[in-house]
Design a protein around this ligand. Structure first.
Ligand SMILES: CC(C)(COP(=O)(O)OP(=O)(O)OC[C@H]1O[C@@H](n2cnc3c(N)ncnc32)[C@H](O)[C@@H]1OP(=O)(O)O)[C@@H](O)C(=O)NCCC(=O)NCCS
Length: 200
């Protein structure tokens, strides 16, 4: 699952498009879900191979606290040991975070301050369009209902039309829209982050 998360992290393309270290990226993208809330993760398997995953969190505030106090510091140490702070891609990412932090942590009404849930989903390239994503969302929504969660949200890059159409087909609505900046190859890329929300 860590590998597939990295394979699809850039709107369906590989994480290496903007982040140079797979292991640190996989920790950042998956460790909360695998280590602190594994019951909210579902995977799809075909012929013994993992072809899809959905990582769920039923409480965004808990996610924020675990990331900030527990996983974040450990990740910083690991990134330092891997020499990432000497990489220009990381300098660009840190500059992006500085430009975006208010948008992510303050303006976003349904982010880390709320007790709602969120999800990340990925299906391997050769297995898309075969209802794998739909089955994964159905499994997570049923789980969320059992847990008493009332909302699930997914953040989508506005250029990721496939994901936007997918979430709309599955009954999600784009409720929030924020301007964001990603700096890569020394250029600023401006885009919007859409928050698709489904009421359970
Ligand atoms: C988005 C993603 C998870 C969809 O998974 P999938 O298994 O291909 O989707 P499904 O086959 O289950 O499709 C479910 C519905 O969404 C629609 N849909 C899926 N992909 C679509 C696309 N590219 N364009 C338009 N509609 C699409 C399908 O038409 C289908 O509706 P239907 O049942 O009425 O035919 C997959 O494309 C993916 O992994 N993308 C890369 C990672 C990503 O962008 N994740 C989302 C950000 S969190």
């Amino acid at each position: 699952m860590r590998g597939l998360c990295c394979d699809v992290a850039d709107r369906g393309g590989p994480i290496e498009n903007f982040f140079p270290d797979r292991e640190v990226a996989a920790d950042l993208l998956t460790r909360y879900y695998t280590d602190y809330e594994p019951e909210s993760t579902f995977v799809a398997v075909s012929g013994g191979r993992l072809i899809g995953y959905i990582n769920g969190c039923m409480d965004n505030r808990r996610y924020g606290l675990v990331m900030f106090w527990l996983l974040g510091p450990a990740l910083l140490v690991k990134a330092f040991k891997h020499g990432l702070f000497f990489r220009c891609e990381i300098h660009q990412l840190l500059r992006s975070v500085l430009k975006n932090w208010r948008r992510i942590f303050v303006w976003r009404k349904k982010s880390f301050h709320s007790h709602q849930g969120h999800l990340h989903i990925g299906v391997a390239a050769g297995f898309r369009g075969q209802q794998v994503g739909r089955d994964l969302v159905d499994a997570l929504v049923a789980h969320a209902a059992r847990k008493g969660a009332t909302e699930l949200a997914a953040s989508v890059h506005d250029a990721n039309k496939a994901a936007g159409d997918f979430f709309q087909k599955l009954g999600f609505t784009a409720l929030e829209r924020y301007p964001m900046v990603l700096i890569r190859n020394s250029k600023e890329e401006h885009y919007h982050s859409l928050l698709y929300v489904k009421t359970i």
